[in-house]
Design a protein around this ligand. Structure first.
Ligand code: SF4
Length: 1018
């Protein structure tokens, strides 16, 4: 029996009507004790459980209010401290330069609060207490700023309330005729201690068990607690540290292969015990376990109360708000928004015909990048495309209707995103935002966009709204956007919801330091992993142990923190009833499945094992041997299963390999996966390697109405399997949206922009019938380049000013380099065509005379023809009817990559564009011929290298194209022969790790004759 509960029972019996006050750390604890007394047979009246704060407010708050001081909470403490810290000079500062560290505000606030509750004020902090004068100066200034804030804003924190309370003993609700006591060894701080000690009435010293084999923490030495010896027969855990003083205790111990498996085993044991849920308590050594238990209870529909509650950040509204912060922090990166939409944490309020999943897909289709401007540009462009398809008379009615619907949805999605963007304030010229604007944006988002799919979500939404609203107390404070978002994040992460005391009919979950309070006969202690149960003895990052000792002996040092945490657990375990009828089970997870590593038992597990065996000499290897095989999600018998899945897994385990046919019958996809894996290992080239004759008929470029592009054909030659995935199955690799903070313009976009500028410059010279002249043309080209960069900056803002500056300089340098090279162009060469497109609709403003909308037909002989579309970067006239086609490459040049003419079909552009250019030039020039193709590496990175490839014979070109066409038409979509193709491929997970070896092993198959010929073309 818990000696303190016994003492209360005695008080209630001995003083039936007298007012009996009990100081408890929380009301939940008081109510639990009250319930417990009744359940254990003690009727009580006039027993009043109070917290020190409740008494302090009753004694001190009226006087504070009378003086106009608001004794409000301290929820915005970290944000307020950060605000005050940012107001201190950065130069010579100690913490100030570290202000952007994520947990700095919280750490400072905890220390400030601890000092205040120890009665320490700024003026009492001596310089000699600190290891650094700069630290003393700044910390004292911070504390002074906090005290000034309280007095000028007329605010009172907890310390103010307690200090005021002790000045008004007449207002104490505890009367001299009353008696009072306190929960033993509660972690009261000095101001709480002073208030409690000042109470009138009869003081009843609380009783607690002495912990055998353990010394009291330093700060508990003078506590008013009567320590009595425990009876090991009924309170075996009081001898946890002295197992030799007890008989072998009836404890259960187990370990499990993961936390989920651990909780599953606990639930199975509860079921097997036959006890009602309100006879069971699960106490968690770490807070991470509470949501696991809660989720499992929800899955099995078991009523549950969670003492520590569930972090609001784990609920949908919490995740949605954190997602909003990430989205803003990453400069509105579309990938972040897309993932948020896919997570199910968002609701598209006001957009009825669009699910979040569809919205995510529209974002991918729109190719939105980042920055506020990207959504308007990309989604408008997509909607315009859908409307153009809807207006296309050549399309079927169904296609047009579907396209019209998509256009509408895209516009509504744009409207929804635009509303969120409009609510998020932009940083002003000073790079700051007003905190209340961010608060308004977060609240609007929470109300309109956060999904709420359970009662807990609803509660969390309300709690989060209150928590974020508290930041309004910072008034007109302005700070950088990232700091403001951190304030919001801290508010979200500090909220827990669904906290509840133990209730009838409910399974109860508690923290280890509150274990056993409801005195339920079946107690599980879970999560006893090494290094997770007690805080590590690391010093406070703000005030070192030596500094704390010099400021006040009442402050906790690192060793105090650990010793007090250990004592709190010992004190709770000591009162757990292990007499007949009481069962205690301790467990830990021996695997961390997230980090894929083994974990080890806490020393508490070992002590429990020593107690269980009555042998203090037992060590960890003995414990491990005694625990046996770890428990898993598979139950030990069908009867122990919690549900259908457990029952099924047990059957599977018993049947062993014999169950495989039945399982595969039930899950044909698994059977197919096994068949596919085996087929890929076999030497024959088959369906699972990309042999799809039916798709070949559809994808054959000679059978398709739609023109092929040279890029498409080159990529098909590089990896036919990828061609099948992209064009046969229509798979699209999803851009993860992760933004590289060192990059502004992606290489492809940068290249496109350079191409456009090159073309604009040369077209201008062509129209003016002259050669480029650096001196004359550079100002014009520089202006145009700057304008374009400015527009891009608006469309997709750079991650930082430094990156923008660096890339701008490099970009302009490349443009300048290009113009200088054109200035020195040899006589006899005239650029005549730029970005000459064919087979594609011409832009209304296109001024390229050689371009045409019709595709070029490539004849492969034997009646095989295919249509080609493309865009030739540049055509130079080098003789009366002789021309060169030029393809710009804006990356680096690596000579070994540019060997040969066709590179096994992976280099076709010069040949295909050579044929196309003749067709295009014919209309203007008599019998034009293409001398060669040139790959021109125009930038500084490519050192202006020119790789010339003489025009291949038509027969050679036809042979390569014929082999490629046969590969596609025969449906032999084999995996890439050259594994370098896989290096940057987005479809790697469709192929597996050993794809190159598997593909090489199949090369002897006759079906791959055409492919072998194709890769042999040099
Ligand atoms: S990973 Fe390699 S084999 Fe697979 S699709 Fe990509 S390039 Fe082809």
């Amino acid at each position: 029996m818990d000696p303190f509960v016994a003492q209360l029972a005695h008080l209630c019996t001995a003083h039936r009507t007298r007012a009996k006050w009990v100081f408890v750390p929380t009301h939940a604890l008081g109510r639990t004790l009250g319930d417990r007394l009744v359940l254990e047979g003690t009727d009580w009246a006039n027993l009043r459980f109070v917290t020190p704060l409740e008494i302090a407010l009753r004694m001190g708050a009226p006087f504070l209010v009378e003086r106009g001081i608001d004794p409000s909470g301290e929820e915005i403490g970290p944000a307020l401290i950060m605000r005050l810290l940012l107001g201190l000079p950065e130069e010579g500062g100690y913490f100030r330069p570290l202000a952007d560290q994520p947990t700095m505000a919280q750490a400072l606030w905890m220390t400030v609060r601890e000092l205040r509750m120890a009665g320490v004020r700024a003026r009492q902090i001596p310089p000699e207490a600190f290891v650094s004068p700069a630290k003393h100066k700044e910390f004292r200034a911070l504390l002074t700023a906090y005290e000034t804030f309280l007095s000028t804003e007329k605010r009172g924190d907890m310390a103010t309330v307690y200090e005021e309370a002790v000045l008004h003993p007449d207002w104490c609700p505890i009367q001299p005729a009353d008696c009072w006591t306190e929960f033993p060894d509660a972690p009261w701080n000095p101001l709480q201690r002073a208030l409690i000690d000042s109470m009138p009435g009869e003081r009843v010293v609380p009783r607690a068990f002495a912990i055998a084999g353990s010394t009291l923490p330093r700060r508990y030495a003078g506590a008013h607690v009567e320590r009595i010896p425990a009876d090991p027969r009924t309170s075996a855990l009081a001898c946890l540290m002295a197992p030799e003083r007890s008989q072998p205790a009836s404890l259960q111990l187990f370990h499990a292969g993961g936390r989920d498996a651990e909780i599953e085993e606990v639930f199975r044991r509860i079921l097997a015990s036959g006890r009602s849920l309100d006879q069971v308590e699960i106490t968690c050594a770490t807070d991470e376990y509470a949501p696991l238990v809660w989720e499992k209870a929800c899955r099995y529909d078991w009523p549950i109360t969670i003492g520590p509650g569930v972090a609001a950040a784990l609920t949908r509204p919490g995740r949605a708000l954190l997602g909003l912060c990430s989205w803003i922090e990453t400069d509105f990166t579309a990938g972040v928004l897309r993932r948020l939409l896919e997570s199910g944490d968002l609701a598209l309020g006001g957009v009825d015909d669009l699910t979040p999943g569809q919205a995510a897909r529209l974002l991918v289709k729109a190719e939105a990048g980042w920055g506020r401007g990207t959504y308007d540009i990309s989604l408008r462009r997509l909607a315009k495309h859908y409307r153009a398809v809807a207006d296309d008379a050549d399309r079927s009615d169904e296609q047009r209707a579907a396209s019209l619907q998509k256009a509408g949805r895209t516009e509504r999605l744009l409207g929804w995103i635009a509303a969120i963007l409009a609510s998020v304030p932009a940083t002003a010229e000073d790079q700051q935002v007003a905190i209340h604007d961010i608060v308004d944006a977060a609240l609007a988002f929470l109300a309109a966009c956060a999904a709420k799919a359970s009662a807990l979500d609803g509660v969390a939404a309300v709690a989060l709204q209150d928590a974020v609203t508290d930041l309004r107390a910072l008034g007109s404070f302005r700070c950088p956007m990232l700091v403001a978002l951190r304030f919001v994040r801290e508010r979200i992460e500090g909220v827990s919801v669904g906290r509840d005391r133990s209730r009838p009919g409910h399974l109860h979950v508690s923290r280890l330091a509150q274990a056993g309070l409801p005195n339920r006969p079946l107690l599980f202690i879970v999560g006893l992993e090494e290094g997770r149960v007690f805080p590590a003895a690391v010093e406070d990052p703000v005030l070192l142990d030596s500094e704390r000792q010099r400021i006040s002996s009442a402050l906790r040092c690192s060793s105090d923190r650990t010793e007090e945490a250990v004592h709190a657990v010992f004190a709770r375990l000591a009162v757990v009833d292990t007499a007949a009828g009481g069962e205690v089970c301790l467990s830990y997870s021996c695997r961390d499945l997230r980090e894929y590593r083994g974990t080890f038992p806490s020393w508490l597990m070992l002590q429990a094992y020593r107690l269980q065996t009555g042998d203090p000499s037992k060590s960890y290897p003995h414990l491990k041997a005694a625990l046996g095989a770890p428990k898993s999600c598979v139950p030990e018998s069908a009867a122990a299963a919690l549900g259908d899945a457990g029952w099924w897994l047990d059957g599977l385990k018993r049947a062993g390999a014999a169950a495989k046919p039945s399982v595969l019958r039930q899950f044909p996809e698994l059977a197919q996966g096994i068949r596919a894996g085996e087929a890929r290992e076999a030497p024959a080239f088959g369906a699972y390697d990309g042999f799809v004759p039916a798709a070949g008929k559809v994808l054959d470029p000679c059978a398709r109405e739609r023109p092929a592009s040279s890029t498409q054909l080159q990529e098909a030659a590089e990896c036919p399997f990828r061609h099948f995935l992209e064009y046969g199955l229509g798979l699209q690799a999803v851009d993860e949206g992760e933004r590289d903070n060192d990059v502004w313009l992606e290489p492809m976009l940068r290249g496109t922009e350079l191409h456009d500028l090159y073309a604009a410059m040369l077209a201008k010279c062509r129209d003016e019938k002259r050669k480029p002249n650096f001196r004359k043309d550079w100002p014009w080209l520089l202006d145009r380049t700057r304008d374009r960069l400015k527009a891009l900056r608006h469309e997709m803002p750079p991650p930082s000013e430094e990156v923008f500056e660096r890339e701008t300089q490099e970009f302009i340098a490349d443009v300048e380099l290009f113009l200088k090279a054109e200035n020195d162009l040899e006589d006899g060469r005239t650029p005549i065509g730029f970005e000459v497109s064919f087979g594609r609709a011409l832009d209304a403003d296109s001024s390229e005379p050689l371009a045409r909308a019709e595709p070029i037909v490539i004849d492969l002989g034997n009646g095989r023809r295919f249509r080609l579309a493309g865009r030739i970067d540049r055509i130079d006239q080098i003789g009366p009817s002789s021309f060169e086609i030029i393809d710009y490459k804006t990356g680096g040049y690596f000579a070994p990559d540019w060997q040969g003419t066709f590179a096994g079909g992976r280099r076709l552009q010069h040949a295909l564009y050579g044929i196309a250019a003749v067709e295009l030039l014919k209309r203007t020039y008599p019998r034009p011929t293409i001398a060669r193709g040139v790959y021109y590496f125009s930038s500084a990175k490519g050192q202006q290298e020119r790789r010339l490839i003489e025009r291949p014979s038509r027969a050679a070109t036809t042979a390569v194209l014929s082999d490629l066409q046969q590969v596609i038409a025969s449906g032999t979509f084999v995996h890439a022969a050259d594994e370098s193709a896989c290096k940057w491929c987005d479809f790697g997970s469709a192929c597996g790790e050993h794809v190159s070896e598997q593909a090489a092993a199949k090369q002897g198959d006759r079906k791959l004759d055409a492919y072998r010929r194709l890769v042999a073309h040099e």
